[in-house]
Unconditional design. Structure first.
Lengths: 228, 417
């Protein structure tokens, strides 16, 4: 075999080895991401169960110690960001991502229901927004904008609890929620404080769909100075 | 639509070529070439300096030749004024009294004609060399190169070029590129894969060049055409990685683009016309099977990768602007780099197959630039040049690649200068 052909074959093996290593590294990182998501979800599931148990234990004095409602809406939001990133990397049809998304959706529904129960029983006034989107190409041109605006609102108003749902996710509980809230196949669709809002135009319009005074901005401190 | 998938074949080709270079670099023929001692033999050499309007640099070029560590009675310097319209001719005439120097004035006929005049005037010399009139050789360069002719099948040999006194960013970038070229020629010489004997400084067996009929126009790339003819004649082209020569390079983007259009159209025309039989032909070994096909692939890849990157950037920016419109800018600013918003979060590192393979390809290029610098002992500060070469070249190279393809497709011919 000519000298250059021998080198060419060795180079081919090296190239294939490099590509295999890179593929392994990308796959490993994606698996680590999924493992982290799973860990967060497990923690959230435990938290949900804990609160439900606490709620049951305090049947006689149900609102004692629960003045602030459930505390992991923020964590749910963080998990949502991670899940969206993992979905983008691994693909929306990846079985593991789909499974995590289903669990995440269930967690959101449980948190939403629990929040509603606490509100009714304990007189709390949580601010909630359900957001239904679609990943089917061409079905929701404004969903990216709406999702981004909601992220902004969630960060600006920490008391706001945002629950995002993929309308087409094949999950019985979600279908029931969609039926209860009477969500049509027009996206994006919102349920703001129990009231349905269809479509998204601007951030101001979305903000305006909340009852006045319910959105409380994050506490800020300002430095002042005086001049003699 | 995600177009990055189109880039994968080119990334694969780039990594494959780098792996091939690495294996060949570590192989015995390349190691032997690196260890080759400076020649003690002193065959007769005629150095031809073809000139057209090089009044500012030709004096320095001739002085560097006169300073070569080589017996004066074995070294002839043939200065050919190819109808210059400036004072190049009179600068040359100042050396006419030197016993080593021959000065020829002729009507402008192009570089190949000037070289042929020099070859005609060097009857009886064993080796002829070409040194551009804006290039300056180091004193040991000739002896380094002569050593390669110990192999009777070596018909030509190339030197280790770097940029003379680089000042601006463009020159530094070209310096990094030229030093990469030193490594490439050294490695490809081990598999006889060189297809250009660059004008700044190359040596040839005179009898071979004369037998082949001298230099031709070669679509404005006479150095490539001659190298291909030498390959076709069954001779080898070697490289002397320590034979240092510095050359002036374009200082502006338009002049660089013009030069590269000449090089690229020369490559395309030679490869699709007179030397079309080389591509994919096992008769020409690594040159026919690997180097030339990948040369074509690199031109297409350079254009396509540029298109893909621009498309992706524009798509991302436009969609991002649409998404963030209406939301306060300070919030958008805080979300631009999600990985660092609340401290480093590995979760959001955008590691994809594409980015990792691109990083491997870039690291490979950096490695060979470092190899080129090390084996040639070129004292260059490569930091800024490498950075520019990696980041900027990919953006301006498509200018000459696209123009070259268009010129060849429309049979547009451009002047040398």
């Amino acid at each position: 075999m000519p000298f250059y052909l021998r080198n060419a074959l060795i180079a081919l093996l090296i190239t294939l080895a490099i590509i295999a290593t890179v593929l392994y590294a990308v796959n490993f990182l994606n698996e680590q991401r999924v493992a982290e998501l799973r860990a967060i979800e497990d923690q959230l599931a435990t938290d949900t169960l804990s609160i439900e148990t606490q709620y049951a234990l305090l049947a006689e004095a149900p609102c004692e110690g629960l003045e602030e409602g459930t505390s992991f809406a923020t964590e749910l939001g963080g998990l949502g960001d991670r899940l969206a990133f993992a979905e983008e990397r691994a693909g929306a049809n990846d079985p593991e991502v789909l499974r995590l998304k289903e669990r995440y959706t269930l967690l959101q529904i449980r948190d939403y229901l629990l929040t509603k129960r606490l509100a009714q029983t304990c007189g709390l006034k949580p601010v909630t927004a359900l957001y239904f989107y679609s990943n089917v190409p061409g079905e929701c041109e404004d969903c990216d904008r709406a999702g981004y605006a909601l992220s902004y609102l969630r960060q600006t108003y920490p008391t706001l609890r945002v629950y995002s749902f993929d309308y087409h996710l094949d999950l019985a509980a979600l279908k029931t929620l969609i039926a209860i809230e009477k969500i049509e196949k027009e996206f994006p669709a919102f349920v703001v404080q129990g009231k349905r809002v269809d479509g998204f135009t601007t951030l101001e319009d979305l903000e305006g769909s909340f009852p006045k005074g319910v959105l409380i901005p994050v506490a800020t401190t300002t430095a002042t100075s005086t001049r003699d | 639509m995600d177009l990055t998938i189109l880039a994968y074949p080119f990334l694969f080709a780039a990594i494959y070529f780098e792996a091939f270079l690495l294996v060949t670099f570590l192989s015995q023929p390349a190691r032997v070439a690196r260890d080759r001692a400076v020649s003690t033999k002193t065959p007769t050499v005629a150095m031809i300096v073809p000139c057209y309007n090089e009044e500012k640099t030709v004096g320095g070029t001739v002085d560097s030749l006169l300073d070569l560590d080589y017996p004066a009675d074995k070294l002839r310097i043939v200065l050919v004024d190819d109808g210059s319209t400036d004072t190049t001719g009179s600068v040359m005439d100042r050396y006419a009294d030197n016993a080593q120097v021959t000065v020829i004035h002729q009507k402008n006929g192009g570089k190949h004609e000037a070289l042929n005049a020099g070859i005609m005037a060097s009857e009886g010399y064993e080796i002829v060399g070409c040194l551009d009139a804006d290039s300056f050789v180091h004193s040991t360069a000739l002896r380094e190169m002569i050593a390669t002719f110990d192999d009777p099948m070596v018909g030509a040999t190339t030197a280790a070029m770097s940029v003379h006194n680089p000042k601006n960013m463009l020159e530094h970038m070209q310096n990094a590129e030229y030093i990469l070229g030193i490594a490439l020629r050294h490695i490809l010489a081990a598999v006889n894969g060189i297809y250009v004997t660059p004008g700044p400084f190359s040596l040839y067996r005179r009898d071979l060049v004369a037998r082949l009929g001298g230099f031709r126009h070669g679509h404005n790339t006479e150095d490539m055409e001659m190298a291909l003819r030498i390959q076709r004649a069954g001779y080898k082209i070697d490289s002397a990685p320590r034979a240092r020569v510095e050359t002036a390079t374009p200082r502006t983007v338009p002049s660089l683009v013009k030069q590269r259009i000449r090089w690229t159209t020369g490559f395309l025309r030679n490869m699709t016309q007179e030397y079309g039989d080389f591509v994919g032909n096992p008769k020409y070994g690594a040159l026919g099977i690997i180097v030339l096909p990948l040369g074509f692939f690199a031109i297409l890849g350079g254009i396509l990768m540029f298109g893909v990157v621009i498309y992706q950037i524009v798509k991302e920016v436009v969609s991002k602007i649409l998404v963030v419109s209406g939301v306060p800018f300070d919030y958008t600013l805080s979300t631009l780099v999600p990985s660092f918003g609340n401290g480093f979060e590995w979760f959001f590192i955008p590691v994809t197959l594409f980015t990792l393979l691109a990083i491997v390809a870039v690291v490979g290029s950096v490695l060979f630039i470092v190899v080129g610098k090390k084996i040639s002992k070129t004292p260059a500060d490569l930091g800024i040049g490498m950075l520019g070469y990696m980041l900027v070249y990919g953006l301006i190279a498509p200018l000459w690649l696209i123009s070259s393809l268009a010129d060849v497709a429309t049979d547009t011919r451009r002047s040398w200068r």
